[in-house]
Structure formats: C-alpha cells, structure tokens
Design a binder for this molecule. Structure first.
Ligand code: PLP
Length: 325
C-alpha cells in the first residue's frame, strides 16, 4: 500500500498528522466547543427557503464580492463598520489561512502564545510560514510586557492573539492588543471566535480598529450562532486588508448556498444568540461547581471551562465517554 511518505510531498509536510479532534456520535458532544443548541425551527425553515431561492440561479457563479452578506455582517457587528471593512470565508479557519497566504509565506514568521488554538501552527505549516510560540504568565494570562518582549525577541510578521483564548478561556485586555500593535510593524490578528460569550469586561478589539490598518479581527458563526456546519467565518479590518484577502482567495470561494444560509441566519441573529445567555449561565455554574468539587477552574470568557486537578485526564475522558459525554 502506498504511504504518504512514499509520495513526493513537500519536505515540511513529511511525517505530519492532520487536525484530528475525535468525531464521535455521542448524546452530549462537547469536544469542539460547538453551540450545544440546535437552531430554532422557524430559523431553519427560513434558511431552507433562502436555499431554495438560491438554487434557481445555481447555474451561475455566486456574487464573488458577497456585498449583501458583508453588509449584514457589518450591521451585526456595529461599531459603524462599513461592508468594505468586512470579509468572509468558509469558516474563520479559511480566514486565517488567507491571512497567512497574504502576510506570511516562506521566510516569514508568525507568533502565538501557548497553549492556544492548534490550527494556527497547522495553517502556518500549510502556508510555509515559520510558527513560534511564547510562554504565558501564571494561569495562562497575558500582559502587555509579555507580548512586547515576545515580539521584540521573535520579530514576527504575524501576531496571533486569541481572545478569549482556546483552550484556556482567558480573556485578553485591550491594553495587550494595543501593546502588540505598537510593538510590531507586522499584522496583529485577534481571533474572537468566542467573543459573544464574554462577560463583557473587555470590549471587542473591533473598538481599536480606527487608525490601525494592521489590526485584523476574526470572528465566526460556528459558535455563538450555532452555525458550525454552514462554515462561515469573517474578518473586520481596514478595506486595504480586504484587498489583500482578494488577492489570495479562490474566485467564488463562498458558494451561493453559504451566502444565502448566512444571510438568513444574520436576519435572525437575536433569536440565534438567545442561546448565548443560557450557555453563559451554565459556564458560570460550572466555574462554581467545579471548584466546589475540588477542581481548579480557570477564569473563562468562552463557552468552555479549563480546569486542573484531574489525576488522570485520559481515564476521565474515557469514563465520560462511556456515559455518552
Ligand atoms: C472554533 C474556533 C474557530 C472557528 O473556526 P471556524 O473555521 O470558523 O469553524 C476559530 N478560532 C478558534 C480559536 C476556535 O476555537
């Protein structure tokens, strides 16, 4: 049988394994931080009717610039954003990939703060971009000084900041983001995949966009919107950054179905985001109850909680799995 290693694959990909969170059929699936709620039935019906309308013209390529969708994303985010400041792709993973295609590449370097989202290093690998990781402070917190020092030591072209951070849940202060921006001439990406679940002490990094053309904020409909299967991630940034994304995107990368489904969901954003309050209550309950059980939960602004104090995590994982969790 032919093995991967028998193929004339790029040296940098030899011996690598793909992203592999388990996809198990269990009653209570929590391992990829999806929204555990289904979308409401009336929203589902509206999505289907928009897909039905879109199929009539499916012999034609979709709107390459998806201006209707970008307008709806701008309105959803607020902050007086214009459609020209918005961009979208098939999940924020593709957004990040396009950022690396445009601003990374051979001879270039990206910096992250570990532990953080595992896709950053995999996307860097695919884009032939060196990926380096710096340490966090106690309890996985970041400070402006830690960020400044890591940037000074590594001179990255791309700084990846995840707020709140996956897998620790740690929120990031605006002062950290401002410090990163001032310390580099490169691109500063703030991945706000879980922003809607925040306690709200830290405003979105979108508030820092004016006069910061190298600041990019990535968002997704996969978590708060309960829309992971539709694959819709998006970016808020200077219109010049959007021009850079246009250089590397594949033509017509967002299908007519994706655009129609995302537009329908955004028209129902209040209804879809109603689940966020419920998840926040459960998140905060877990923070209290885990501590009462003798574990050590970390502060979290996300829809998940990291906790320490488990003697044998693998045994815990298997025991929960046996109970359908
Ligand atoms: C889940 C997640 C995403 C979302 O990826 P999509 O491609 O939009 O589904 C992005 N960043 C982080 C940190 C995540 O945890």
């Amino acid at each position: 049988m032919t093995e991967l290693s028998d193929l004339p694959i790029r040296d940098s990909l030899k011996g690598r394994t793909p992203y592999g969170a388990p996809q198990l059929q269990v009653p209570i699936a929590l391992n990829v931080n999806e929204n555990s709620h289904r979308i409401p039935e009336d929203v589902a019906v509206d999505v289907v009717s928009r897909l039905a309308a879109a199929v009539i013209n499916i012999n034609r390529y979709p709107d390459r610039e998806f201006m209707t969708l970008r307008g709806k994303l701008a309105s959803y985010l607020g902050f007086d954003l214009t459609p020209e400041q918005l961009w979208a792709a098939n999940g924020s993973n593709e957004i990040i990939q396009q950022i690396f295609q445009a601003f990374g590449g051979p001879g270039r370097k990206a910096l992250g703060f570990k532990p953080t989202y595992s896709m950053y290093s995999l996307i860097a690998l695919g884009a032939d971009t060196e990926y380096v990781e710096a340490e966090r402070a106690d309890r996985y917190e970041l400070t402006p000084d830690i960020i400044r020092n890591a940037i000074a030591a590594n001179q990255p072209n791309i700084v990846m900041l995840c707020s709140p951070n996956n897998p620790t849940g740690t929120p990031l202060s605006l002062s950290c983001i401002e410090a990163a921006y001032e310390a580099t001439d490169g691109i500063v990406v703030v991945d706000e995949a879980y922003a809607e679940f925040s306690h709200g002490q830290e405003p979105s990094a979108i508030s820092l966009l004016p006069n910061r053309p190298r600041l990019l904020i990535s968002r997704t409909m996969s978590k708060a919107f309960a829309f992971a299967g539709a694959r819709l991630g998006y970016l808020a940034a200077d219109p010049a950054v959007v021009d850079a994304m246009r250089l590397v995107r594949l033509p017509y990368h967002l299908s007519a179905f994706t655009q129609a489904a995302a537009e329908a969901a955004l028209d129902h954003s209040a209804e879809l985001l109603a689940t966020v309050a419920d998840i926040q209550v459960q998140r905060d309950r877990l923070l209290i109850e885990l501590e009462a059980l003798g574990y050590d939960p970390y502060r979290s602004d996300a829809n998940f909680v990291l906790f320490a104090g488990v003697d044998d995590p693998n045994t815990m994982f298997e025991a929960l799995l046996a109970r359908g969790i």
